[in-house]
Design a protein around this ligand. Sequence first.
Ligand SMILES: Nc1ncnc2c1ncn2[C@@H]1O[C@H](COP(=O)(O)OP(=O)(O)O)[C@@H](O)[C@H]1O
Ligand SMILES: [Mg+2]
Length: 240
Amino acid sequence: MNHLELKAVSKRFGGVVAVDNVSFSVPRRGFWGLMGANGAGKTTLFSLIAGTHAPSSGDVLLDGQSMVRQGPAASCRLGVARTFQIVRPFRDMTVHETACVAAMYGRHRRDFQAAREYAYKSISAAGLESLADRAAGELTLSNQKRLELARALATGGELLLLDEIMAGLTPTEVTDMLGVLRSIHVDWGVTIVCIEHVMRALMDLADQIVVLHHGVKIAEGKPHDIAHHDDVIRHYFGEA
Ligand SMILES: Nc1ncnc2c1ncn2[C@@H]1O[C@H](COP(=O)(O)OP(=O)(O)O)[C@@H](O)[C@H]1O
Ligand SMILES: [Mg+2]
């Protein structure tokens, strides 16, 4: 059974069809990339999976169970954890405290001591252990993105939805983040869906890439095939 399955999912906002009849499935421990130009519907698709939005039609299944219209808290308890494209940390909380909140109120109700330990494990996995007591607001963008990742892990999430976690990072930071993601994927045994513009990132990591264009899935395949796909080249990389 697939960990995640989208069945003909659509989302309309007034006259805008942000997500248009999209279907795909991700097996447990799969690593899927999601690509598409700005406005293609990628973040909206995450909001449909994370329960922030209910689809206008279609269904989202987790381990074969429909989870639409249950809301984001229920989705978190079912093991869905997302990171946000625009990071908005609680600036005065430390890195460790931020992850603690996720560990206490995420998938499992942990007591304070257990949450502290799980949170520390999560921030270590994201490479932030040396910054554990630093205020979140003082972190560089790159480390704030890592904190998003740590927080998602700390919820106990088994399906991580990563929204442009590498956007705005320098090439070196991207390389470091790729190492972090690879380790987390293997060591934590999680399923990952990753929205990413940095093609290099997905080439190495993703089992499969889905491409959206104006809300429609125009391609799905192995990274190498996607990089050479005619429609993807035309709509996404530009004619040249
Ligand atoms: N809450 C909303 N209300 C109205 N329109 C929205 C909302 N969220 C997204 N949209 C529209 O849906 C489309 C897809 O947006 P989005 O999912 O953010 O794209 P992407 O993440 O691929 O850049 C855009 O046209 C955007 O303006
Ligand atoms: Mg987006």
